[in-house]
Design a protein around this ligand. Structure first.
Ligand code: PPE
Length: 311
């Protein structure tokens, strides 16, 4: 990975290589952590974090779902992130806040363990490759089902839950595909290992509902608004596996991945085999929104005061 100079750790900026934890950190053993993935982009207003408050709200909600009090306020973490980006001199970056049960208690009862909070930021290019973003990726339906409501909390972005995504990602990758698509416990389409998913059928954009065990993606919410503004209806409903193969277009979205077209699933060519017109249109407007080029979506930007080429 690409490094930056500093990491914010429990209220202080420390050197990147000194941001370490004890091997008996609770979260390392039991996955008791919650995290976020955010991105900052260069915009005409300066470097800006996309939907920063919404990401931090989800972080606090994930923590609360696991009975983990974060010892900072949302505004404190927001300001800390601005300081971190400025101190690192970053103009575009990925941002990873994480709150986790720290060192001091072993055993499954976590409530006496301290809660540590770190924020890292570093340059991270196209998650599924530049080529994937522009020409689309090949995906495989995983043999692993997405974690379900009755054993974990799909709405929480919690560290331990990601073992599910890790298994799916390894399986897809070993089979020669770039991404996995997980079905939910009932066998309906859920999402990618780190992305929400959308299918275009009869000109309508369809995406799995909350009850399918998705992570409530912030990019998903943004695309829903953008699609509506473009005059498309985005419908939340259960999707049968075969609807992936029958789709005119398929795309995925996430903070790291951004919007990525899918041109092949389980060796079935999707539509023309090229990213379709609706995918392209939504992708273009989303890219404008991220980079502050569309006045309709400026409210989504949290501008950081750092020297910026565009400023
Ligand atoms: N589902 C999952 C399972 C998921 O991890 C993400 C984000 C999404 C959907 C999309 O959510 P949003 O980013 O709010 O639109 N995945 C994060 C972690 C990726 C990683 O490899 O780490 C991300 O994109 O930052």
């Amino acid at each position: 990975m690409e490094q930056a100079d500093l990491i914010w750790h429990n209220g202080e900026l420390v050197a990147w290589e000194d941001a370490k934890v004890h091997v008996l950190t609770h979260g390392l053993h039991y996955g008791t952590g919650v995290f976020e993935g955010e991105r900052a982009y260069e915009t005409p207003q300066g470097t800006a974090i996309f939907r920063h408050r919404e990401h931090l709200q989800r972080l606090f909600k994930s923590a609360e779902l696991y009975y983990m009090p974060i010892p900072y306020t949302l505004e404190e973490l927001r300001t800390a992130t601005h300081e971190l980006i400025a101190a690192n001199g970053l103009t575009e970056c990925y941002i990873r806040p994480i709150a986790f049960r720290g060192y001091g208690q072993m055993g499954l009862y976590p409530l006496d363990a301290p809660v540590d909070v770190s924020i890292a930021a570093w340059p991270w290019g196209a998650y599924l490759g530049e080529d994937g973003k522009s020409h689309g990726i090949r995906a495989k339906v995983s043999s692993w089902r997405r974690i379900s409501h009755d054993s974990l909390i799909p709405h929480a972005k919690a560290s331990g839950q990601y073992l599910n995504s890790v298994l799916a990602k390894i399986e897809a990758s070993k089979a020669g595909y770039q991404e996995a698509i997980l079905l939910d416990v009932r066998g309906f389409v859920c999402e990618g290992s780190g992305e929400n998913i959308y299918v275009v059928r009869d000109g309508q954009i369809v995406t799995p509902p909350h009850t399918a065990g998705i992570l409530d993606g912030i990019t998903r919410k943004s695309l829903m608004r953008i699609a509506g503004d473009l005059g498309y209806e985005m419908v939340e409903r259960d999707l049968a596996r075969a609807e992936l193969y029958l789709a005119e277009e398929v795309f995925m979205s996430g903070t790291a991945a951004e919007l990525v077209p899918v041109h092949e699933i389980d060796d079935h060519v999707i539509g023309s085999g090229e990213p379709g017109p609706i995918t392209r249109e939504v992708q273009r407007v989303f890219d404008d929104a991220l980079h502050g080029r569309d006045p309709r979506y400026l409210e989504w930007l949290d501008v950081v005061k750092v020297p910026s080429k565009a400023a």
